[in-house]
Design a binder for this molecule. Structure first.
Ligand SMILES: [Zn+2]
Length: 292
């Protein structure tokens, strides 16, 4: 992977400005002794697998102390819009309340009407689709999902993991930022070592927050939104699809998420994602734009 992209994904050019919560992917990647999963190879893998599936299924939605958070839904909507542009059918699935909000945002922004917002009960099986989990809570080794501050998630969580186990998808790509997200188990050992509560959580389960299951490919980034958007840009380049994601569009979607009560998962504020200021976010997306 180009050194620049690998660094930008985990926030290397901005380490002095990033809040601690957004440095977790960098802490994991820079301490990892296993090979870093490479976004260029992941994009090649996705295109190679795509002719074996009927559609793309995107699961997102992380319930934190302040309700559902802005990290995840934004990346899911943009990745979905990209696949529609690439003429691949897409369904987005998450908990009912968030699903309705995302549906209404898509209509407010005139995103493609071809994006399907599918309730979990209508997901037939994930076998014939390519699965993307973007900032979904992941069970630890004993089946408990945690917030980044080490607490058990109290909100009910759709049984996505048992569905994946019953009907393993043809290909599964996970995107996360801190190691408690579904599918990031590839980095589990190092997450247990370097991420707060990775090995020992606050909830008494003794399992730590590190997610257990391993997706076929895993992207860690400063925020999952940033990882998902970077992936869409890389996919576009490889297929020569005209595609860009202006920073203003990102800001607009976050504003509408806020209006619907979806807030920053770290500080509960509006405008930001995972505590990253609007100004810094703009710099990050501007730098990304230079690469693609
Ligand atoms: Zn626990």
């Amino acid at each position: 992977m180009s050194k620049n992209l690998a660094d930008i994904l985990v926030g290397v050019p901005f380490l002095d400005e990033l809040p601690e919560s957004a440095k977790r992917s960098h802490n994991i990647i820079s301490n990892s002794s296993i090979p870093i999963q490479n976004i260029e190879e992941i994009a090649i893998y996705i295109w190679n697998q795509m002719n074996k599936v009927n559609m793309v299924s995107i699961f997102t939605g992380f319930y934190c102390n302040n309700g559902f958070e802005t990290d995840g839904p934004l990346g899911a909507l943009i990745l979905a819009e990209f696949f529609i542009k690439a003429q691949i059918p897409v369904q987005i699935c998450c908990e009912k309340k968030l699903l309705e909000i995302m549906r209404s945002i898509a209509s407010e922004l005139s995103l493609s009407e071809l994006i399907s917002f599918t309730p979990f009960k209508n997901i037939k099986n994930t076998k014939n689709s390519m699965l993307f989990t973007i900032e979904r809570p992941g069970e630890n080794r004993i089946g408990i999902c945690h917030t980044m501050d080490g607490h058990k998630i109290s909100h009910s969580i759709l049984p996505v993991e048992s569905e994946i186990q019953k009907n393993p998808p043809n290909a599964w790509i996970a995107i996360g930022d801190g190691g408690n997200e579904l599918g990031t188990g590839y980095y589990r050992k190092i997450i247990e070592e370097v991420i707060p509560y990775g090995k020992k959580c606050n909830c008494g389960c003794e399992g730590g927050i590190a997610a257990y299951k391993e997706a076929d490919r895993c992207i860690l980034s400063t925020t999952s939104n940033f990882g998902a958007i970077s992936l869409s840009l890389q996919l576009a380049i490889q297929k020569k699809i005209k595609w860009n994601v202006p920073a203003d569009k990102v800001t607009q979607i976050i504003r509408i998420l806020n209006k619907h009560g979806i807030k920053d998962g770290v500080n509960g504020e509006e405008g930001t994602v995972d505590g990253i200021s609007i100004e810094l976010r703009k710099k990050m997306y501007d730098l990304l734009k230079l690469l693609f």
